[in-house]
Design a protein around this ligand. Structure first.
Ligand SMILES: [Zn+2]
Length: 79
């Protein structure tokens, strides 16, 4: 049984039906929870007023952009 990190309520969740990174909400306290790990399922609470979350998202986007540029460069070299 998975527990809500915010209110400690039991969350009835089938670990075969969730994916890492999926956002679920707690039925008890309505908190948004991110699935950080499956087998076993591990949840972290997502707080809206946490600036660090936004910075993490920006960082991930930058990495994706860099990889895109790299792929384009590789294609040009082949041609
Ligand atoms: Zn909860």
């Amino acid at each position: 049984m998975t527990k809500c990190p915010e209110c400690d309520a039991d969350i009835d969740m089938d670990e075969d039906e969730v994916e890492e990174g999926e956002i679920v909400s707690c039925g008890e306290c309505d908190a948004e929870l991110e699935v950080t790990q499956i087998h076993p399922v591990h949840l972290i609470a997502i707080s809206d007023d946490d600036d660090e979350d936004e910075e993490e998202e920006d960082e991930e986007e930058s990495i994706v952009e860099k990889e895109k540029v790299k792929e384009e460069d590789d294609e040009e070299e082949v041609e």
